[in-house]
Ligand binder design. Structure first.
Ligand SMILES: Cc1cc2nc3c(=O)[nH]c(=O)nc-3n(C[C@H](O)[C@H](O)[C@H](O)COP(=O)(O)OP(=O)(O)OC[C@H]3O[C@@H](n4cnc5c(N)ncnc54)[C@H](O)[C@@H]3O)c2cc1C
Ligand SMILES: *[C@@H]1O[C@H](CO)[C@@H](O)[C@H](O)[C@H]1NC(C)=O
Ligand code: FES
Length: 546
């Protein structure tokens, strides 16, 4: 039951447009709301981001009423609390604000004030069931892209049937946690539980798609089913690469990391700690899993680049991140090539060492490969109706519709899409990040429910848990010609701007919140300062986002 609750603070009365403040609610234990003046009217919404709970008051608010979370860039509409941008899924609760006798009140339910969040409504199920079913959305894959499609359809009032076919064996999980916390229980990191999908009539099918008949609008599965669609969304993600070198395909205790099945095997092999672990690949997965396992084990990371993540973040930032992990005891073998894996003396079926081309021999109880992924599109390889890009991905247009096909979308790690962020110019780009897949899913949902609307272009954001929290927005695939760094990457406190000419293509940061939220907002509003302004000492946090 909705009730009135008094706020402990009168600040609502003095908030100026574009300002926000967190205020405690009387009579609700640890109840807090975020008061916002969006366009002249005062609103109260949930105070915590529905992704990982960041205090939204520390984020960025535009005069148009868009709040960006300080941690990983999720956006909400201040007026409605609606989610606008991944990685959060739930929207914020909204509470009407009233002023009376010199006091400020909100009205709402105690539970909603406590949680501050609401899941998408499943409206009018009964009515929908009796309607002629014109649409049938079929999603292939149970990852981030699929979550974006399903939640997006529900938010937009889609009432037709939705089927999700996933070969992963459990409900969609928070995949980024796998390399950060080595989670092994899918129920603990599932974003939505089975009851939620059921109540929304979302049918989750445990099966694998083996082929698509685009002419007949149907997919074929491993279990022998044929499932039809009116709209098909392909979001099958990536298959981790293995090394085509001696020993790596035959020896046990050599692992990749993409699913719960993988973390279970890794955690099992690590056992009581004290293990020698060789990680091949100094990109995000390798660095994160190295950090996650660093306490109690001896970790060696082997990389081809001069410093980890050099290609993505540049040499100085990469060197700083290396220092951060070295401080945790991680050893690096860089500018290195792997020759082979050798069997263990104790058990010839398992790995015992990794040998580098320069002769270095690294003893290993287990090996983890973080050497990239290939788009998981094997089920389309021999399909004459579609041609895969050279990397195995599908080329899509601004609305994520697959080139040459109707009613078929591709999103996430398998999609090469026209990039329209800073310096993008529509360049075909494939970005393997959690929020990008989910936002593309939302864009597809929007196109299904509102086909006449212009395509939505979002600013890519990602994060990584290294010696500190790394945050990044934009994309530098146009190629940077300079990197402007403020602060010191080796101390885990910096902002780096990747520039091409005067354009800031992208930025990375650590220990400098909310600079990511500020920059992603400025990029979204097309107001990112130029390189010269930044070199001239401009603090981006002082730039007006409106
Ligand atoms: C360990 C790890 C950590 C990560 N950490 C981060 C991070 O911190 N930040 C970040 O931005 N990104 C991170 N990423 C990347 C991010 O998870 C991916 O970019 C994102 O999951 C892509 O979403 P997707 O929907 O394209 O694919 P996925 O999430 O991989 O989902 C693909 C789904 O399709 C299913 N599938 C595949 N083939 C078939 C088939 N033929 N039939 C039926 N189902 C099929 C799979 O089982 C899976 O359920 C991480 C990735 C990994 C592996
Ligand atoms: C930018 O896009 C390219 C593809 O064009 C991709 O390879 C790269 O990983 C992206 N960079 C980041 C940091 O997301
Ligand atoms: S906590 Fe807000 S986006 Fe992650």
């Amino acid at each position: 039951m909705a009730k009135e609750y008094k706020l402990k603070d009168l600040s609502a009365l003095s908030l100026k447009p574009g300002e926000m403040q967190e205020v405690e609610v009387e009579g609700v234990e640890s109840g807090k709301v975020l008061l916002i003046n969006a366009g002249g009217s005062i609103q109260a919404v949930g105070s915590k981001c529905t992704h990982y709970g960041a205090p939204l008051v520390k984020g960025i608010l535009t005069a148009s009423g868009r709040i960006t979370c300080p941690w990983h860039g999720a956006c909400f509409k201040a007026k409605s609390g609606d989610i606008e941008d991944a990685p959060a899924l739930d929207s914020l609760s909204v509470f009407p604000v009233a002023e009376r006798d010199g006091a400020v009140y909100i009205s709402g339910e105690e539970e909603a004030i406590k949680s501050g969040r609401r899941k998408p409504n499943f409206q009018c199920r009964a009515a929908a069931a009796s309607k002629p079913q014109e649409q049938k959305v079929l999603v292939v894959g149970g990852g981030s892209g699929a979550l974006g499609v399903v939640d997006g359809l529900k938010e937009n009032g889609y009432e037709g049937p939705i089927t999700v076919i996933s070969s992963e064996g459990y409900l969609p999980i928070d995949r980024p946690k796998l390399s950060k916390a080595l989670s092994t229980d899918p129920d603990k990191i599932a974003w939505r539980d089975g009851a939620w999908y059921k109540s929304g009539a979302v049918d989750i099918v445990d099966d694998e798609v083996t082929g698509v008949d685009f002419a007949k609008n149907a997919v074929h599965t491993k279990k022998g089913e044929t499932i039809s669609y009116s709209k098909l969304v392909l979001s099958t993600g990536g298959t981790p690469r293995r090394l085509p070198l001696q020993g790596f395909k035959t020896l046990g205790n050599v692992f990749t990391l993409r699913t719960i099945d993988d973390t279970k095997k890794i955690v099992g092999a690590v056992g009581d700690k004290g293990k020698k672990i060789v990680i091949i690949g100094s990109s995000f997965i390798g660095m994160e899993v190295g950090k996650a396992l660093s306490s109690g084990n001896s970790i060696s990371i082997v990389g081809m680049e001069k410093v980890p993540l050099e290609r993505v973040l540049g040499e100085e930032v990469g060197a700083g991140l290396q220092k951060g992990l070295e401080a945790l005891g991680v050893k690096f073998y860089l500018s290195a090539s792997v020759e082979k894996a050798e069997a263990s003396a104790a058990d010839a079926s398992k790995v015992g060492a990794v040998v580098l081309k320069d002769g270095t021999r690294l003893e290993a109880d287990l090996v983890i490969l973080g050497v990239g992924v290939a788009p998981a599109t094997a089920y389309l390889r021999d399909n004459s109706a579609v041609s895969l890009e050279r990397d195995g991905s599908l080329k899509v247009n601004e609305k994520f519709v697959v080139e040459g096909l109707k009613n078929v979308y591709a999103i996430g790690d398998i999609a090469t899409f026209p990039y329209h962020g800073p310096g993008g110019d529509g360049r075909p780009t494939r970005i393997e990040h959690w929020s990008v897949a989910q936002n593309a899913g939302r864009a597809v949902a929007r196109d299904i429910t509102h086909p006449k609307e212009a395509p939505w272009s979002f600013i890519p954001v990602f994060w990584s848990a290294l010696s500190g929290q790394l945050r990044y927005c934009g994309n530098a695939s146009a190629g940077w010609d300079d990197i402007v760094i403020q602060g010191n990457p080796a101390e885990g406190k910096f902002v780096a701007y990747y520039c091409r000419g005067e354009t800031v293509l992208a930025m990375s940061a650590m220990g400098r919140d909310p600079v990511l939220a500020q920059c992603s907002t400025l990029m979204y509003e097309n107001k990112m300062p130029s390189k010269s302004q930044i070199v001239g000492g401009l603090d981006v946090l002082t730039v007006n986002v409106n």
